[in-house]
Ligand binder design. Structure first.
Ligand code: C2E
Ligand code: CA
Ligand code: CA
Ligand code: CA
Length: 278
């Protein structure tokens, strides 16, 4: 192999330094983000494909940093996860979502909300109590709250997950498997764990119109889910062609830019009103 020149070594070590400095900077900023009220929950509707009704919405975290560039959850969630900050941030998300459900109830716009759970949160002994308390304090029905877990979470912490999901089910909160098809979860977990919904990952939806393999995978996921009495949600639906394929093949719900981008709370309420959901 070619020997690296001195300047290229310096170049790469500088890049590494820049990258780690950015992580440290973001870590520090994240530490204060809750108290500085820099977080906001956006909501993205999920539609029933047969009736067109909005049945629920996914809560997606946004970080509004003052005087700096926007940074998406794909960049800051992993940092929050590594540092453990995801535990307090995740609690903020759960209580904010319960608050929003309560506000929607008072407006007569009842809607379920689902929140994303990170692996680190599963190991938090206080998570279950926190969920219970948030539901109680906001006077909402437990079945108005849903949790989204990725396949990786199931496999890595099987015992903890089994306990948590069993308790969550007793509470009346339901559970979705997120990004389904991208992980390595064994199908047997689906049968053994108390799961309610499967979300087909956007990567299968993207090219489904042109890609016979993606079509086959989607059909297989839907058939398997239905035989296990699970609902199927397609994420990242952007075109009518995708929607038609999914509808024709009995996918239950869909979420994506075709219907709406994730919206700030006030705009989400308007969206519910204009689509005459209630
Ligand atoms: P996810 O849970 O798979 O969420 C779906 C992502 O796809 C969201 O990105 C959403 O905005 C995007 N999306 C929805 N419809 C479409 C579409 O039609 N086309 C395309 N191209 N994208 C679509 P977002 O909001 O940037 O979130 C990225 C990821 O960050 C989420 O992926 C989730 O893993 C994580 N995340 C977001 N909020 C939270 C949170 O409160 N807690 C945790 N632990 N993770 C979160
Ligand atoms: Ca999700
Ligand atoms: Ca997803
Ligand atoms: Ca995803």
């Amino acid at each position: 192999a070619k020997k690296a020149t001195k300047s290229s070594v310096q170049f790469y070590s500088q890049k590494l330094k820049d990258a780690s400095q950015r992580i440290i900077e973001l870590e520090n900023a994240l530490q204060n983000a809750i108290t500085n009220h820099e977080f906001e929950l956006f909501l993205q509707p999920m539609l029933d494909l047969t009736t067109g009704t909005i049945l629920k919405a996914e809560a997606l975290l946004r970080w509004n940093r003052l005087d700096t560039e926007k940074i998406g959850p794909d960049e800051f969630i992993p940092i929050a996860e590594q540092t453990g900050l995801i535990v307090p941030i995740g609690k903020w998300v759960i209580s904010k979502a319960c608050e929003m459900i309560s506000t929607l109830n008072h407006r007569g716009q009842n809607c379920k909300l689902s929140v994303n759970l990170s692996p680190r949160q599963i190991s938090d002994r206080h998570l279950l109590d926190f969920i219970r308390t948030s539901i109680k304090n906001n006077h909402i029905q437990p079945d108005q709250l849903e949790l989204e877990l990725t396949e990786g979470v199931l496999v890595d912490n099987y015992d903890k997950v089994q306990f948590l999901l069993t308790e969550v089910r007793k509470l009346g909160v339901s559970v979705s498997i997120d990004d389904f098809g991208t992980g390595y979860s064994s199908l047997s977990y689906l049968k053994k764990l108390p799961i309610d919904h499967i979300k087909i990952d956007r990567s299968f939806i993207q090219d489904l119109v042109n890609d016979e393999n993606d079509k086959a995978i989607i059909l297989a996921i839907i058939a398997m889910a239905h035989s296990l009495k699970l609902n199927v949600i397609a994420e990242g639906v952007e075109t009518e062609l995708q929607r038609n394929f999914l509808q024709l093949n009995h996918c239950n719900l869909a979420q994506g830019y075709l219907f709406s981008r994730p919206l700030p709370f006030a705009q989400f309420c308007d969206y519910l009103t204009t689509t005459a959901n209630q």
